[in-house]
Design a binder for this molecule. Sequence first.
Ligand code: M6R
Length: 614
Amino acid sequence: MCGIVGYVGPQRAQDVVVDGLRRLEYRGYDSAGVAVVHDGVLAVAKRSGKLANLEKVLADKPLPPATTGIGHTRWATHGPPNDANAHPHTGGARRVALVHNGIIENYAELRDRIEADDHVFLSETDTEIAAHLVELQVQSGVDLQVAMQRVCQQLDGAFTLVAVDAEDPGRVVAARRNSPLVVGLGEGENFLGSDVAAFIEHTREALELGQDQIVTITADEVTVTDFWGSPVEPTRFHVDWDLSAAEKDGHDWFMRKEIFEQPRAVADSLIGRRGVNGLLQLDEMRLADEEIRDLDKIIVIACGTSFYAGMVAKYAIEHWTRTPVEVELASEFRYRDPIVDNTTLVVAISQSGETADTLQAIRHAKSQGAKVLAICNTNGSSIPRESDAVIYTHAGPEIGVASTKGFLTQLVACYLLALYVAQVKGTRYGDEIDEIMGQLEAMPDHIDTVLTRADSIYELARAHVATRSVLFLGRHAGYPVALEGALKLKELAYIHAEGFAAGELKHGPIALIEEGLPVLCVVPPRGRDQLHAKMLGGIQEVRARGARTICLAEEGDHTIEPYADDLIRLPQVPVLLQPLVAIIPLQLFACELATALGHDVDQPRNLAKSVTVE
Ligand code: M6R
């Protein structure tokens, strides 16, 4: 939530900062602002609404040609999204400008304290207090880095703060606690960003910052300390994607581009997983075999789409390893006093690696002695850094707020984890694991096949522009797919959508069925116990009450034909892997329907890509 950019170097700061904000806009789009330091004076421009509003202001009245600047794109927490609450905020003397991501929990108390000294506040934000406090410190004679240290020591909550001092040009100072910040290392220039997308067109060399650290960048130098001034050696990393990955590449939306990237993303997530000895390998995982053998229980924690990937993980891990798995919303986990100890593996799934609910749940699990394994897409982010082990997904940057390729690659990582645990615990024979790996490796082609049917799915979606409610049904691994399909439709099309386990319908939700209500049904493959037959029964029940059924069923399944008003064919794959293909039509459906309704698919209302507040 909120995107932050900082720059020092030879280029015009306004341009570098605004370009960075454009790439971070998916993190928040309630307002945007830039501050630069020029000739000992601050120049600030900010506007409510999307970045385009600020760009218009800057086109009419550019900021001075400074080479030091900071910028912010906001997801509002304290105070409505108006011009006054837009960042950057300044101290009373307009010597310091500062941007912030997170929530300063004790801001009211700090504000009361200095308001008594005639400090006037111009916004309703929790941020402005930090600008005043940093300014008071530099006015007392310390430099910006020491000022930032002293202020951070007083703050409670989550914050990335980035500040400039008009009397100290050529330097940007930032602090990080519980909110993301990375440093981009250029030649004669340096960058700060909430994530690497902010500076990817300038450099792919980066530093990750740890908890409670302060970084100072000048054009030639980067120094990192903790909040008490002790030097820290940050970890350097190379970003393995480039600018083209952060462009729309001819698509109308990032989301649509990301949907079509899924065959490649799934293939990339599978690369290098088979060792020379034929065994499955998860090199980066860093969990010893004994630790895996000793596991009594796995708890998966995640939010939103990642939570639904976790539900699929439960089916796969329990089926292949016979290890009990619980799946829990990260935001609920630590508040229910969970039973966790050193025989529990907590698996935290997060595309962004910055979700505050998940991060706090990890900290709680670790405090109880559990080992934590992160499944994450973002190098340098907090969740893998604070976990004991990590499996990186290889989706590349996901910029559309609605997760698509992030979800698919999380599923792949979950399957790999399940197979790896099965291999170590010996609950599956090598040739069984080999067979499933072969099925996984065939998935990119199957996903491609579904994508070739996009046009017919788009047509179906456009036929639903007047629809105000849609239900999604699934069973077994199709149930999380139904939930995820409903989430996509809610967040993009703003249509009431609910996913149900098909067997639950008769326990209440069937009362919602009325004439013409669209019901999307994820039909499991045939030939697995009673699953397929039971799903067919559920479909008949809703149809008998007037629902219009759109069925997703495998090729060759003719039993479904009499009960499907519309039929979307899926490749024949095993039931546990079916989510990888079944979610694709639902993603396409939501994307196209939202487009037809005239919504901004990449930046749906009220949302932000990375949810860094609890
Ligand atoms: O970055 P994370 O995977 O931790 O994010 C979790 C959710 O916020 C995220 O999946 C959200 O539900 C998406 N907007 C869904 O499309």
